[in-house]
Design a binder for this molecule. Structure first.
Ligand code: PDD
Length: 283
């Protein structure tokens, strides 16, 4: 089916993408005043739905937009968009809504705009051989725990990486890595899997949470701790995690080759655990 006829959800209706229209006075368009979620779906079932809903609720309350639906209603809205035969992800966006004038302060009587669509998960190119990453200054704001649609800094940083032949930008704040432009970061240092702790400098990734649970259950030593850029440059392994790319090994950071330039043994083990967990999750 041509993309323009794919069914999407907008404000209570299912309609072809080409008919899904939002006002130019929507605060999402004018200000980036909204939040979003990306939820993977395997065989038509949403992965860690409750955790994604918990993060959605936190994002909404952080920007003071009322949640228009409860979790059961969200599930009812999103399920018809899924294909039971494919690996996909839902993109769900909620903005503060449409106002009759452009004013930075919140409008008084406004209904949130709700949009959702589903896309296929495309396997990351070169996963088996690993990818390159570029370290860049983390120029974002102080609410990185909120999954805000206001992504200009992330976009500029990712583009900088892409223009240098890299798959992702690794963001560095005061000498310590925070996360990727659209992913969380893990490093293996002295045999221990390390990821920066949750806080307002990173998005609490659901894939990150699953990886930590799998490490715990399978006796892989791990710790949530700060990682300096210097330590990252000499790490045994570096990985990036996200809902759409899963667990991606980094084999080159800037001009430094990581270890022997191949995905490491702990990545291989974790990726196998993750794939098996995905399969078993809904059986
Ligand atoms: N991004 N950090 C940032 C800044 C992100 O944008 C993402 C995901 C993550 C990983 O979170 P999760 O494991 O829950 O996907 C971390 C999504 C995929 C996106 O913006 O498209």
């Amino acid at each position: 089916m041509p993309l323009e006829y794919k069914t999407v959800y907008l404000n209570g209706q299912y309609l072809p993408l080409c008919d899904a229209k939002v006002s130019v006075m929507d605060r999402g368009f004018l200000f980036g005043d909204g939040i979003y979620e990306v939820i993977p779906s395997y065989s038509g079932k949403l992965f860690h739905f409750q955790e994604h809903m918990r993060r959605l609720e936190n994002s909404l309350s952080s920007i003071r937009v009322p949640n228009p639906y409860d979790r059961a209603q969200w599930l009812e809205i999103l399920t018809p968009l899924l294909d039971a035969n494919l690996d996909q992800y839902i993109y769900l966006q909620i903005t503060r809504g449409v106002s009759d004038k452009r004013d930075h302060a919140f409008p008084e009587h406004v209904t949130p705009t709700v949009f959702a669509m589903c896309s296929n998960i495309v396997p990351v190119a070169g996963l088996e051989s690993g990818v390159k990453a570029l370290s860049v200054d983390d120029s974002r704001w102080e609410l990185c725990n909120v999954k805000a649609t206001t992504l200009l800094a992330n976009i500029l940083l990712r583009q900088q990486a892409v223009e240098q032949g890299c798959a992702e930008a690794i963001l560095v704040k005061d000498g310590y890595v925070t996360e990727g432009a659209a992913s969380n970061i893990f490093a293996v240092i002295d045999g221990i899997l390390i990821t920066p702790p949750i806080g307002n400098e990173i998005l609490p990734g659901i894939t990150r949470e699953v990886v930590l649970e799998l490490a715990e259950q399978n006796n892989i030593p791990y710790s949530e701790d700060i990682i300096s850029l210097d330590a990252l440059q000499t790490a045994e392994e570096i990985w990036l995690t996200s809902s759409t790319r899963e667990i991606v090994p980094v084999v080159q950071l800037d001009d430094e080759i990581i270890a022997n330039g191949k995905p490491g043994p702990i990545w291989r083990a974790m990726n196998q655990l993750f794939q098996a967990y995905k399969q078993s999750y809904h059986e």
